[in-house]
Write a protein that binds this ligand. Structure first.
Ligand code: SAH
Ligand code: SF4
Length: 342
């Protein structure tokens, strides 16, 4: 599988080909990815045919479209049966690709479909970048109109906890930056608060963005939603986020899934505002996408407005994220949950 080999080591797979061939192949895999090897026009047709079965480390099993074609959701299946989800969202001036870093997740946040499923395995660096290459090829081939024809933003907000799969996620980011022309500033790593991983990321040379999924501003409540809070309580998560901000001079964002009657009170908003002000962080609210395994409901619209009002009065920059593709199970882990249920 071509993406499972480091781009620098592709030569080793083709001992009988001249070096310029593997250079050309690397361009087709990373710089100008295409959906099929027949499109790799600078390669001889025998080689293209030979490579056809080795291009993607997965097959496309489900493709769904929503928001008048501007949201595309893919479920890929690996040869060992693992499901990988990615979601592409097109806007007039940008495209955002949401990618997975693990199959399932061991951290078990109560409201998350991926967490409810448990952990299956880590994704390889090649399985992570192949999601990016696939979407890049899709856009370049005119798959989505009315938006840029290349990926402008990457978010690690699909299945899995990226900082619990640090080395492979790191390698995938390196390939995006060094081989795929994606700027570090366009990449956002989202974490539920894996403190050692946040510290390591702060020490990397790249200007990537960090999003911290907080969901509650006091430990007792947060622990009921995010079991990892027992291990890394709020104070430690905040300290690691502050360290990231100091190291990178990049604004951290705080993600907050709004659950009706659970974490949508003005008291939580005021406590969140204090944390956000200390971190100079931007707050993104996301209305809960309900999952089958809990009775949790999304916060009501008026309550979200009230919560936003408190944050803004306290001088915090806050926005409500649009729930793109909610009708196609586009939230974290949901397509996989449905396909497994059938
Ligand atoms: N593990 C990382 C990244 C993947 S989850 C993290 O937790 O940050 C990406 C985002 O989706 C997180 O902010 C998470 O809180 C949010 N999310 C998970 N389940 C959701 C749901 N059912 N509705 C809305 N947002 C959800
Ligand atoms: Fe894992 Fe993130 Fe889901 Fe929590 S919200 S279970 S950390 S994927």
């Amino acid at each position: 599988m071509l993406y499972l080999t480091q781009p620098e080591n592709l030569e080793a797979l083709f001992p009988n080909e001249p070096p310029f061939r593997t250079r050309q192949l690397r361009e087709w895999l990373y710089e100008h990815p295409v959906l099929a090897t027949e499109e790799m026009t600078s390669l001889p047709s025998t080689l293209r045919t030979e490579l056809a079965d080795r291009l993607w480390p997965f097959v496309l099993e489900v493709e769904q479209s929503a928001d008048a074609g501007m949201t595309r959701k893919w479920l890929f299946r690996t040869p060992d049966g693992a499901a990988i989800e990615a979601v592409l969202m097109g806007y007039a001036r940008r495209t955002t690709l949401c990618i997975s870093s693990q199959v399932g997740c061991a951290l078990g946040c109560t409201f998350c479909a991926t967490g409810q499923f448990g952990f299956e395995r880590h994704l390889e660096a090649g399985e992570i970048v192949a999601q990016v290459a696939f979407a890049q090829a899709f856009l370049a081939g005119g798959g989505m109109k009315g938006c840029p024809s290349r990926i402008t933003n990457i978010v690690f907000m699909g299945m899995g906890e990226p900082l619990a799969n640090y080395a492979r996620v790191r390698e995938s980011i390196r390939r995006m930056i060094e081989h795929m022309g994606i700027s570090a500033r366009a990449i956002t790593v989202s974490t539920v608060g894996v403190v050692p991983g946040m510290r390591r990321l702060a020490a990397e040379p790249w200007q990537v963005n960090l999003a911290v999924s907080l969901h509650a501003a006091e430990d007792a409540l947060r622990t009921t939603l995010v079991p990892l809070n027992k291990r890394y309580p709020l104070e430690q998560v905040e300290a690691a986020a502050a360290e990231f901000f100091t190291a990178k001079h990049r604004r951290v964002s705080i993600e907050w899934t709004m659950i009706d009657g659970v974490n949508d009170s003005d008291v939580q908003a005021a406590k969140l505002a204090a944390i956000a002000r200390r971190l100079h962080a931007h707050v993104n609210l996301i209305a809960l996408n309900p999952t089958p395994l809990t009775p949790d409901r999304p916060a009501r619209r008026a309550r979200i407005e009230g919560f936003l009002g408190v944050l803004r009065r306290e001088g915090v920059n806050a926005t409500l994220r649009d729930t793109r593709g909610s009708d196609i199970d586009a939230a974290c882990g949901q397509l996989r949950a449905r396909s497994a249920g059938q």
